[in-house]
Design a protein. Structure first.
Length: 271
């Protein structure tokens, strides 16, 4: 039986993600412009990132004023309840800026430091993914009702379809390209979608055998990591470490270890 608190957190996360997704989908201006840059001139923030984060954080603060908040675009509140929300209001900003459909809203709730709820909505797919710790991963979309998510049966690594992402700092993305060049002969193929949250959900949904990326932040991975794990995938970073900024990996159980070993050998991580 799901903890009543977790049920409440899930309902709020779903409402906030839905409302933010509608704002981003229907409110995208034809002359959308860059509002600021993050790590480099090509790592952009749009006015819609800021508007979506304000919508989400305002709703959460109104409903649960004692909770903490961590948002990509600057929201940061300590809170006193033991619950913290980790929010990426627009994951895949460059895709969104260019009118590409692979972007998402990602909202996770942590309780005493552990992620207990994750919601990722992909409005241009018409899909929303969610998980509660210990209760499986689920999605709504073109199919009737909710669909329980299960990762794919594990193929040999050479038959695995794996996704990755690239940083916006030139030196880092150059190294990532070198790693991908050396990894691709060992796989079926590599994809690059542009939204870490969607990549993690695609592992959960059986659309990918694995995913890895260097340089993710908590808001990039918190919700998607829980969804992938609840769908039966393994997640982690370097051997013995949790997923994080140095390296994030999510894969079917049989793909995870060989993929992790190759990434370690290739130096895909960073200190």
């Amino acid at each position: 039986m799901t903890d009543p608190l977790h049920s409440d957190l899930l309902a709020l996360a779903q409402e906030a993600a839905l409302r933010a997704g509608i704002l981003l989908r229907d409110g995208r201006p034809a002359d959308l412009a860059v509002a600021a840059t993050k790590s480099s001139p090509i790592d952009v923030v749009t006015e819609m990132d800021l508007a979506a984060e304000k919508l989400i954080t305002t709703l959460i603060t109104e409903r649960r004023p004692d909770d903490g908040l961590l948002g990509e675009e600057g929201a940061s509140t300590e809170g006193t309840s033991g619950v913290r929300w980790v929010v990426d209001p627009l994951d895949g900003t460059v895709n969104y800026l260019y009118g590409l459909p692979t972007w998402s809203v990602s909202i996770a709730a942590e309780q005493d430091g552990e992620t207990v709820v994750g919601v990722v909505t992909a409005p241009m797919r018409g899909e929303t993914y969610h998980a509660v710790l210990g209760s499986g991963a689920w999605a709504t979309g073109a199919w009737d009702g909710e669909r329980r998510l299960t990762c794919r049966p594990s193929p040999p690594l050479e038959q695995a379809l794996v996704s990755t992402g690239f940083n916006y700092v030139t030196e880092v993305r150059t190294h990532q390209a070198e790693v991908a060049q050396r990894l691709i002969p060992l796989l079926r193929d590599i994809r690059r979608g542009g939204s870490a949250a969607i990549d993690l959900c695609d592992v959960a949904a059986g659309r990918l055998d694995g995913y890895y990326e260097r340089g993710l932040h908590p808001w990039d991975l918190a919700a998607g990591d829980l969804i992938a794990r609840e769908a039966g995938a393994r997640t982690g970073g370097r051997p013995g470490e949790r997923p994080g900024h140095a390296l994030t990996i999510a894969a079917t159980p049989g793909v995870f270890e060989p993929l992790q070993q190759h990434l370690e050998t290739l130096g895909a991580w960073h200190d």
